[in-house]
Design a protein around this ligand. Structure first.
Ligand SMILES: [Zn+2]
Length: 454
């Protein structure tokens, strides 16, 4: 064979492999349900209608994500024969026919207000001007049972004229269709045009206090640049940033990340007043920096579960990276950062008397992953710098973790802790093992030892 023939043969073979693998992976991993979500203009405003069309009629529909039973009250079936019930044994919501008819198409009216889901992303993040971001993963449904291999969700979104969609950083009018996967994504629907900067495509609620808007526009790019320089830069396209302000009688704020997306929602109406407080500015910056740090964590694109005992790795490092970014970028924030670190140590040791890190996510003490995790990462940073005479730092270890994960290693604590071995710091490893152990007094001792390593 000539070189040209060999190249052609290789090309044809790769093309063949590409076609066959994509076809088989689609048929084995699709749930065979078409999902359509539509924002409809009505006489009294707008409504959101969600429909599922099944290729093969089935007895029931269930969902991939089951954080609570709120679909039973917030999703209103359009057909009176359809109901959503919560099955306590299976711990999931089930869509079924009251008279036992097989389901081939069902529609629901959705409630597009903010609903806090303790262990999941909020379904809707309303903007003050009528726009909304929604989480597509909330819609992922399966006929009968969700099989582990299902990971492709064909979704069509339709919006009324005068409004548009922002999907993956692009503005689309009318409708958009895509095949979703993993943990889903945030999609914007409304009248607001995104701000496109060098570091992000941003949808920032115009009702947010000026000071917060300025931070999002000016400080967020600085924070992203800091992480990009300290860790490996993001390979993907520009990340999306959503900042929504519901201006309702609520009292919460929530931030989160999905692959290449950061979102922050304030479900309250008192930000103008709060923004006058100087700690509030630092708290907001910390919040942005924490979420931005998540984007740089390996495994982010694969949808790492944040709800397990390994969360100290991701939450703790995001908090410590936020501390480093703030210390580096804002000199006048140093005393605030110091206070947060002391506070983290105190609330970690205090919290460990009630739950170990291994159990914290089951017992509702999720904040321990932030506080104890930050103490752990701070100690690693300090020990690595000492052992390498300042040549390396925690960022070096995280860069290696990024590399290891890109080569196929699991993005969890085992891979991370193995990367600490070469530093020959048994006292550090020992203290981390104690801090994360199942024994409360050992855990507190471990955290105290880590806190001293500075
Ligand atoms: Zn986080």
């Amino acid at each position: 064979m000539s070189d040209a023939q060999r190249i052609l043969k290789t090309l044809l073979f790769s093309l063949f492999m590409l076609l066959t693998t994509s076809v088989t992976s689609y048929s084995s991993s699709a749930s065979a349900i078409d999902t359509t979500i539509e924002k409809v203009q009505t006489e009294n405003g707008t409504t959101w209608v969600l429909s599922y069309t099944l290729n093969t009629p089935s007895d029931r529909l269930v969902f991939i994500r089951n954080p609570d039973s709120s679909r039973t009250t917030r999703w209103l079936p359009k057909n009176s024969d359809i109901e959503i019930i919560y099955n306590t044994v299976e711990q999931q919501e089930i869509v079924r026919s009251k008279t036992g008819k097989p389901i081939s198409k069902v529609s629901f009216l959705l409630t597009p207000t903010y609903k806090h889901l303790g262990k999941d992303y909020a379904p809707f993040s309303p903007f003050s001007n009528g726009g909304n971001a929604f989480h597509s993963g909330r819609l992922f449904a399966c006929a009968n049972t969700c099989k582990d291999e299902y990971n492709e969700w064909p979704i069509t979104l339709k919006v009324p004229s005068g409004e548009h969609i922002v999907l993956n950083g692009k503005v689309v009018s009318g409708s958009a269709s895509w095949v979703d996967k993993n943990n889903g994504r945030q999609v914007y629907v409304g009248k607001q045009q995104p701000i496109i900067t060098d570091s992000a495509v941003a949808l920032i609620d115009p009702a947010l206090p000026e000071s917060i808007q300025a931070k999002l526009k000016n400080d967020m790019p600085k924070i992203m640049a800091y992480f990009s320089h300290s860790l490996n830069p993001l390979a993907a396209e520009k990340p999306m940033l959503f900042a929504s302000y519901a201006m309702v009688d609520g009292h919460s704020s929530q931030g989160g990340t999905l692959p290449n997306q950061i979102f922050m929602h304030w479900n309250r109406n008192d930000l103008d007043k709060r923004a006058e407080n100087s700690d509030f500015a630092n708290k907001t910056l910390w919040f942005f920096a924490h979420e931005a740090a998540h984007l740089f964590q390996p495994g982010n694109t694969d949808g790492v579960s944040e709800n397990d005992e390994q969360s100290w790795l991701h939450e703790g490092s995001a908090d410590y990276f936020a501390a480093l970014a703030m210390n580096y970028l804002y000199e006048d924030a140093n005393s605030y950062v110091k206070r947060r670190i002391t506070h983290a140590f105190e609330s970690c040791t205090q919290g460990l008397t009630q739950s170990t890190l291994a159990n914290a996510y089951r017992k509702g003490h999720f904040n321990l992953y932030y506080s104890c995790g930050m103490v752990i990462h701070r100690a690693i940073d300090s020990v690595v710098q000492q052992k390498t005479l300042g040549e390396e730092s925690l960022f070096t270890v995280w860069k290696r973790l990024q590399k290891a994960v890109s080569r196929g290693m699991p993005p969890g604590t085992a891979t991370f802790l193995a990367l600490l071995e070469p530093y020959n710091a048994p006292e550090l490893i020992n203290a981390i093992n104690n801090a994360t152990s199942d024994d409360a007094s050992k855990a507190i001792q471990g955290v105290e030892a880590l806190y001293q390593m500075n």
